[in-house]
Structures are given as structure tokens and as C-alpha cells.
Design a protein around this ligand. Structure first.
Ligand SMILES: *Cc1c(COP(=O)(O)O)cnc(C)c1O
Length: 458
């Protein structure tokens, strides 16, 4: 049994071959810090009665592992096999190649963000998107902000600060996190005027609530839940009529607004932004990273005078977009000019429309290989049917038939144990637990090799 004298010095560890290799990779400061921390732990263990020689032998490996763990980012790419295509906690939409290229160029080079290349004078950053948004939505004008929550906030603040905003009780939604419509309204400085009931709201409810203090009528697309049974809501065209007659603007928050008719791609119909504009809303708000398939952003399209008022609001500067996202959005929106190739080029749409038979064939093909990789660890894999979701609050009650792998093991905690081990991989594999098994929905797995390579590190 040896004591402290069995431990090497910092210098000895640094100049040993392993130490030199680590310095070349991580830099001297990081390696010295990691060695000191591990030596301190070893000294404590010796005080507690452990053998110094054994501890010393394990030091180089422990230091190397600490440094590797510190160098690895928690933001490293993961395999999203949750079955939720637009998973908010996994970053929602992945971008089209065209958008990635545009964003990369914007990151690495100066660009004419607020500079008019024709006249040489000052330009406006949103102008790069304004024309595209007008063409794709039929709206008079458009502006962009940090996300849809910001779009709703700044629109309400511009139209109804110190005044009233009328909303149906059936539409006072919570999106998740701290985004609750009544709270956003309070922060926007608007007084909430609730009308109707949870399940039924009628035109007369809105009409009776309109007063000189009314700043806006807000319609919210309740995409993340559905009320069934004895229900009534006032459709947007009727609401637009009521608003116009009263001289009050109508704001329609679509949330996950789509720029194309999803039913043409075999998905459930969601109202498109162009439809919401045509139905007479004065302003329409929607997200950039939900069904649209771009980076995080919020769009406000509609009447020119109202968009101009939003652009003059001092809050606009606080919620504006940076050059990287503007570049990625421009490239994403341009894909929509060619609807025939959209599903092939826009990952969100491509993944959402992957045929079930394709995914089932992939599952059948992968199951034996995954089973062989898991067997030494006491788990097994079999192909299974499952159901995917769009995600991000869009259409949660409409699942999409899909296929995947059902991973099982001995013991009631097997799914949790396996799930933890897959999350800890260098390329984490994220599934979901259901009925005593860990399910890997393969809808979002582009290449079989990506899963097999990730599992090979178990
Ligand atoms: C998602 C959503 C929001 C918030 O949009 P973010 O882009 O997440 O900020 C607001 N309203 C509705 C109806 C939504 O679905």
C-alpha cells in the first residue's frame, strides 16, 4: 500500500508522452488545470485509505477523459428518433442545404445587410425578405422579428398599448413555457377583454365588446389542442367583417403558419398564411421554424400602414433578426417559389411526407443489425409500427403513421437505463418510452449508417 509519494508531479505528467499529446490537442492551461483537479481527487482518496500506486496508474486516462468531456459540446448533433419532427427541445426545423450555405456565407463574410448595392446608400435589413413574403402570402407588406412570440408581442403593443384587445375565451392559449396569451398581452400593455365561453363564442360576443377603447381584435389559431362537442367559433372572414365595420384591426396569430397547402402533400390541412390574409386579417403572425422549415423567426404580414407602425416601434430594434438568420430565411423562402421541388429540398416537408412503407422497410432492414449491436449489452431490437407527430404545437392530435425499432431488455427499468445510455453516446440517440419499451421512430433517420455508427460507440 503506497501513499502520496506514489503520485506523479504536475510536471512529470505534462512531460510524459500522454501529457505532451494532450497539450498538443487541448492547450497547456487546460491540461494543467485537469491534472491538478485529478491529483487533488487522488490525494483525498489516499487520505481515505486508498492505494496511491493504483490511483497513480489511473491518472492519465482520467485526465484524458475529463479533457475530452470538456471539449465535447452539449450542443453536438443528436439523432432525433423521437417521432416528433419539429421537436422544440431539439431545435425544431433543420435547415435546407440552400439555407445552410447562405447562413455560412453570412457568418464568414461582410454582406450588404443594410446597404443598397444599387445606389450605395443605406438599405433596410428586412427588405431582403419583404418582397418574397409579399409574393408568397399576398400581403401588402411584411416585417420579421426574433420569433412568433415576439411577433405577437410587438403587434399587440403597437396596436393596443393602453387599450383593449378582444379575444375569445376559447383562444386564450398557453403554448408552453411562459408563453400564455394573457401574460403576453399584459406585457404588451394591452388590457385583455375576454369574450364568449371556453367552448362557444359568437359574432354578437365580439360586437358587444367593441368600444372606443378597443385597440385590436385578436384571433389565435389553437393548433395545439382541440375542443370537441358543442362548440362554436367565429371564423376569420366573419371576424374580419365585424372588425372592418368597427374600424378596429384584426390580428390573426396562426402560430405554425404554412406557406403551402399541406393536404396536397398528404398531411392534414392547416390554414395557409395566404388564406389568412385573403380572409381579411389586417395582420397575420407565424413562426419561421415550425411548418415553414426555416430558422427561428417570427413573421408579421398584412396592411402596409400597420406594418410601418410596427417597424417604427422602438421594440422592433430589440427583437430584430441578425444577418445569419436573414440570409437563411431568404434562402428558405426562395425554395417556396418552386413548389414542385419543395418536398425534396425542404427537410421539414421531406420528413413529414416520408411514406410509411419506406420507413417500415428501413426498420425491417435495420432491426437485425441494431439487435446485434445491443445484444452484448442485454437489450434487443425488433421492427415495429409507431406514430409520428408534426411537433411544435402543430396538429398534435393528428399523428402520422410511421415505423421504427422497439428496444427492450430485462427488468422494469430497462427502457430508462437504455435511454440514458443512448443519450450519453458521442452522437446521442433520442427516442421515446412507450409501453415498457424504448421506441426509435425512424422517420427522421436519413441514413442507416448514422444510427449504426452511433450505436457502435455503446
Ligand atoms: C408556437 C406559437 C407561438 C409562439 O411562436 P414561437 O415561434 O415559438 O415564438 C405563438 N402563437 C401560436 C398560436 C403558436 O402556435
Amino acid at each position: 500500500m503506497q501513499g502520496f509519494r506514489a503520485l506523479p508531479s504536475v510536471d512529470q505528467m505534462l512531460t510524459a508522452p500522454e501529457g505532451l499529446a494532450l497539450v498538443a490537442e487541448h492547450g497547456r492551461l487546460a491540461v494543467v488545470t485537469a491534472i491538478r483537479a485529478r491529483l487533488e481527487i487522488a490525494r483525498e482518496k489516499i487520505r481515505a485509505g486508498q492505494d496511491g500506486a493504483v490511483l497513480a496508474a489511473g491518472l492519465p486516462r482520467a485526465v484524458a477523459e475529463d479533457l475530452a468531456a470538456a471539449a465535447r459540446s452539449a450542443l453536438r448533433p443528436v439523432l432525433n428518433l423521437t417521432g416528433t419532427v419539429l421537436h422544440t427541445n431539439l431545435g425544431r426545423a433543420i435547415l435546407a442545404e440552400e439555407a445552410v450555405r447562405a447562413a455560412t456565407a453570412a457568418m464568414a463574410h461582410p454582406l450588404a445587410l443594410e446597404f443598397d448595392l444599387d445606389g450605395g446608400g443605406r438599405g433596410q435589413r428586412d427588405d431582403h425578405l419583404r418582397g418574397l413574403l409579399r409574393a408568397l402570402t399576398g400581403a401588402e407588406d411584411a416585417t420579421v422579428v426574433n420569433n412568433n412570440a415576439a411577433a405577437v408581442l410587438i403587434a399587440l403593443n403597437t396596436l393596443a398599448e393602453g387599450r383593449e384587445a378582444i379575444v375569445s375565451r376559447g383562444e386564450l392559449i398557453e403554448i408552453g413555457g411562459a408563453f400564455r396569451m394573457p401574460d403576453i398581452m399584459a406585457r404588451a400593455g394591452a388590457r385583455l377583454m375576454e369574450v364568449g365561453t371556453t367552448n362557444r363564442t359568437h359574432p354578437r360576443d365580439y360586437e358587444a365588446a367593441i368600444r372606443p377603447e378597443t385597440g385590436v381584435i385578436l384571433k389565435v389559431h389553437t393548433s395545439n389542442y382541440r375542443i370537441e362537442g358543442f362548440t362554436a367559433e367565429v371564423a376569420a372572414p366573419k371576424l374580419a367583417q365585424i372588425a372592418r365595420k368597427a374600424g378596429v384591426p384584426l390580428l390573426n396569430d396562426l402560430g405554425s403558419g404554412s406557406l403551402v397547402d399541406l393536404s396536397a402533400h398528404g398531411l392534414r390541412r392547416e390554414p395557409t398564411v395566404a388564406e389568412a390574409v385573403a380572409e381579411g386579417a389586417d395582420l397575420v403572425t407565424f413562426s419561421g421554424d415550425k411548418l415553414l422549415g426555416g430558422p427561428q423567426a417570427g413573421f408579421i404580414v398584412g396592411r402596409k400602414d400597420l406594418v410601418a407602425a410596427i417597424d417604427r416601434n422602438p421594440l422592433k430594434r430589440a427583437v430584430r433578426l441578425d444577418k445569419v438568420r436573414i440570409a437563411a430565411l431568404e434562402a428558405t423562402l426562395k425554395l417556396y417559389r418552386d413548389p414542385d421541388r419543395l418536398a425534396a429540398r425542404l427537410p421539414t416537408l421531406r420528413l413529414l411526407t416520408r411514406p410509411e412503407a419506406d420507413i417500415a422497410a428501413q426498420a425491417a432492414h435495420l432491426a437485425p443489425a441494431v439487435d446485434a449491436l445491443l445484444a452484448p449489452h442485454g437489450f434487443s431490437a425488433a421492427a415495429c409500427a409507431c406514430r409520428s407527430q408534426v411537433g411544435s404545437g402543430a396538429l398534435p392530435v393528428d399523428t402520422i403513421p410511421s415505423a421504427g425499432l422497439r428496444l427492450t431488455g430485462a427488468g422494469g427499468d430497462a427502457p430508462d437505463r437504455l435511454s440514458a445510455r443512448l443519450r450519453a453516446l458521442p452522437v446521442p440517440v433520442i427516442g421515446h418510452i412507450r409501453d415498457g419499451a424504448l421506441i426509435l421512430d425512424l422517420r427522421c433517420l436519413d441514413a442507416d449508417a448514422a444510427l449504426l455508427d452511433a450505436l457502435a460507440d455503446l
